[in-house]
Design a binder for this molecule. Structure first.
Ligand SMILES: Cc1ncc(COP(=O)(O)O)c(C=O)c1O
Length: 453
């Protein structure tokens, strides 16, 4: 049994190595024929099993070519990092450990590492001392999780126990978001019974930042959702103006900082995060800029008891000690121990390394924008973080250029619509991206644009 597992893991490790070596030079987007070929993994459910090496060989042969090349250095889609080697290696070991991260009893080591990872993250991101949190699947769930704590607290202040009574007959909650809030934030609000559309939307400026002068007056239970990092422009709502303005209202301020949260860890970008430390909760993604394996979201709450009020459960067979129990801070119970890869990357990079990673990617984004502008193309955003939004004339031509870039395969970037214009969207978020990768990608984009009428 052990010998069998041993051989299989060696086989998997070799295939993983080959994939990662090849991902540097293969087309970044998966080719259509490879995606088509991967459907051969299907067919009727096998009636009988087969050799595990054959299973792996089939998965590698048909699956690897159809995988998106975001583990490589020239993937600029969405806000997708590539798994850092320290995260990948820790992920393999943790998968072998096979820990249920649900409780301190089911996995003491998972709980210990989560405690450490939270402490380190709170320090790294300059969040208030005592901030607690939970490790969830991504920023969508992190927003949901932190907003559940917000809902609990603002209704408790109004004499209502939402966990016990639900929302039927509850006092109204005023929910305020920016016009440019990410759609997953609206989804989280909907899941919490607060409504995707009953929110009050605050007008934004040309970069998508909430306008402080347009904030409505607030009375009674209220939740205000700020955004640190617009998914297109990278812009930050002015928390340094909004948080002090709300200080006396009793409103809960929540921050969707899916990727922008990491600005706080960078010496050069930390100024963007000014005022955000005054908020009550923050959502972020470790699988974005910290470059850990999917899936890995972070929900932080200044006063952790509000999160455990919303997420805690009790049963006679469950521990209820003094120590932090992971299941009391997340919507999930059984889950993988996500803190492990976070601990590994923070250990490998240290405070300096994370700061350099963020600063380097931001400088690379600025270089992409400069190069595209020098070639005569329109840059539609202020490149204050790692995001570049560019247009190549009208919507039709821009769309054709985006398709041609994806087909060319030197790099991968997606499209968007930014303030009414069809645009190319570049997001530089990977530890693996070198300055040479940026020049290579820039040359390809400029060449493709030149060749496209
Ligand atoms: C601002 C913002 N919020 C939320 C999300 C959703 O993140 P996830 O896909 O990890 O749930 C994103 C994703 O890009 C985002 O940019």
């Amino acid at each position: 049994m052990i010998a069998m597992t041993d051989e299989l893991l060696q086989d998997a490790a070799q295939r993983a190595r080959d994939f990662l070596n090849g991902v540097q030079t293969r087309p970044v987007g998966a080719r259509a024929d490879a995606v088509e070929a991967a459907t051969a993994l299907g067919g009727a459910l096998p009636e009988t099993g087969c050799d595990m090496h054959d299973v792996l060989a089939r998965l590698d042969g048909l699956g690897s070519p159809a995988a998106t090349g975001n583990a490589g250095p020239r993937y600029f889609g969405f806000v997708t990092g590539g798994t850092h080697p320290a995260a990948l290696a820790a992920n393999w070991l943790a998968a072998a450990w096979d820990q249920n991260g649900f409780s301190r009893m089911s996995s003491p080591i998972a709980a210990i590492i989560e405690d450490i990872a939270i402490e380190w993250l709170v320090d790294l991101l300059h969040l208030p001392e005592g901030t607690g949190g939970g490790f969830v699947t991504g920023a969508t769930t992190a927003n949901f999780t932190a907003l559940a704590a917000a809902r609990s607290k603002v209704l408790a202040d109004a004499g209502w126990n939402v966990e016990a009574q639900g929302l039927f007959g509850a006092p109204d909650i005023t929910v305020i978001v920016g016009e440019e809030a990410h759609p997953t934030l609206a989804k989280s609000l909907g899941l919490l019974g607060l409504g995707r559309e009953r929110v009050r939307r605050v007008p934004v400026d040309a970069q998508g930042r909430m306008r402080t002068d347009a904030l409505p007056d607030i009375a009674g239970p209220a939740i205000v959702c700020l955004q640190a990092g617009n998914v297109n422009s990278g812009a930050f709502d002015p928390a340094h103006e909004i948080c002090p303005a709300l200080a006396d209202t009793g409103a809960w301020v929540h921050v969707d900082g899916a990727f922008g949260l990491w600005a706080a860890a960078s010496r050069e970008q930390a100024h963007l995060f000014r005022g955000y430390e005054l908020a009550h909760s923050w959502a972020g993604d470790a699988h974005k800029w910290l470059n850990v394996s999917y899936d890995s979201g972070l929900a932080f709450v200044r006063e952790p008891r509000h999160l455990s009020n919303a997420m805690g459960i009790s049963a006679s067979y469950l521990p209820q000690g003094e120590a932090r129990e992971p299941f009391a801070f997340t919507p999930e119970s059984s889950r993988r121990a996500r803190g492990i890869e976070i601990w590994a990357v923070l250990s490998a990079l240290g405070r300096e390394g994370v700061s350099d990673l963020v600063a380097r990617n931001c400088a690379q984004a600025r270089r992409l924008a400069e190069g595209l502008a020098a070639a005569g193309h329109d840059i539609l955003n202020e490149v204050s973080l790692n995001q570049v939004v560019a247009a190549f004339g009208d919507a039709e031509r821009t769309g054709r250029i985006i398709a041609a870039i994806q087909e060319d395969g030197t790099c991968w970037c997606g499209g968007t619509n930014w303030r009414g214009r069809t645009a190319l969207r570049l997001s530089v978020s990977s530890w693996a991206t070198s300055d040479a990768d940026i020049e290579q990608s820039l040359d390809a984009i400029v060449r493709i644009a030149r060749e496209t009428e």
